[in-house]
Design a protein around this ligand. Structure first.
Ligand code: ZN
Length: 310
């Protein structure tokens, strides 16, 4: 069997450049790992929001971390909203994921100044600043689950790690990366490794060593052509790694003309009549995907009619 075939999880897309998430377990089930390629997701986000380099890096890491966190969503209607409110130039970011690994997001200020920590290393924390990371999981229960932590670094991988430590009391390693080229996103991805309760000390030690001992940037490994499976295998270092499966991930919005109409209806009859006075009608743009929905005078008046009836 070819090596490249060996390192493929069941369900991985045949297109070698597609975005997908891989799940694995290692060390007799004591360690759980996820690795994800999000180059397409972050490219789409960049194209939609027109982000400057620092914002692309920050938003890309944020979307990638959100997808890793959303892996526990299982049912069709489950959703997760991650939100950062911060005092840096970006101001804040929001991402919504569903159980089919669709993600959409929005950021307050897509164009921010780009500064560097080192040659070629964008200073993401300078763009994000200090603030709060909040995760809302709606799993179809009476109340959504809400957890939030203060940002500890603003580089985002550390912030997601801290969130997992506090909210799930699970020691985790999170790595996130976005590599930019001259005309867009070259690579984006991340991994999440969790040590489950009862793991032997030698396993914890080995993973800690790898996490702190200069394991290469994930985008460097991706640039070398490594698949998410192979990256996870390298980090975990267990020849007995078991790939549980893979799933495509994508930037996808669920907006529709119907939803926009329902939003307009909440304005009530009076305000809709006022809007219908505008000769050219109105244009509503979706925050997440920038699709424009145009409503002309007659359409707004019809909405006002139905608003009166309800
Ligand atoms: Zn949309």
């Amino acid at each position: 069997m070819e090596e490249s075939m060996f390192y493929r999880a069941p369900g991985a897309p045949t297109d070698p450049n597609a975005d997908y998430l891989v799940r694995a377990t290692a060390y007799d089930g004591h360690v759980r790992g996820l690795c994800i390629r999000t180059t397409g997701v972050v490219s789409d986000a960049f194209a939609i929001h027109g982000t400057s380099p620092a914002a692309t890096a920050a938003f890309g890491r944020f979307l990638t971390g959100s997808l890793l966190l959303a892996d526990t969503l299982k049912n069709k209607e489950d959703s997760q909203t991650t939100n950062i409110r911060s005092d840096g130039p970006i101001g804040g970011m929001t991402a919504v994921c569903d159980s089919r690994r669709n993600i959409r997001g929005v950021l307050h200020h897509p164009i921010v100044e780009t500064t560097y920590r080192a040659p070629g290393k964008i200073d993401v924390s300078a763009a994000v600043g200090k603030g709060i990371l909040t995760v809302v999981r709606d799993l179809g229960l009476k109340e959504p689950y809400v957890g939030s932590v203060e940002l500890v670094s603003g580089e985002l991988a550390e912030d997601f790690t801290y969130y997992l430590a506090v909210s799930e009391q699970t020691p985790s390693v999170v790595s996130l990366g976005v590599l930019l080229g001259a005309d867009g996103v070259r690579q984006a991805g991340g991994f999440l490794v969790q040590v489950l309760p009862g793991a032997p000390d030698h396993v914890i030690d080995a993973l800690e060593k790898r996490a702190t001992g200069g394991f290469p940037d994930i985008t460097f490994l991706m640039e070398e052509g490594l698949t998410p499976e192979k990256i996870l295998d390298m980090f975990l270092g267990d020849p007995e790694i078991i790939y549980l499966g893979a799933e495509p991930v994508q930037y996808a919005c669920n907006c529709s003309r119907d939803k926009m109409e329902r939003g307009l209806l909440t304005l009530g009859e009076e305000q809709l009549r006022e809007l219908s006075q505008t000769e050219e009608g109105i244009e509503i743009s979706c925050h997440f995907c920038k699709t424009n929905y145009h409503f002309d005078k007659d359409q707004i008046n019809r909405l006002a009619d139905s608003a009166r009836k309800t």
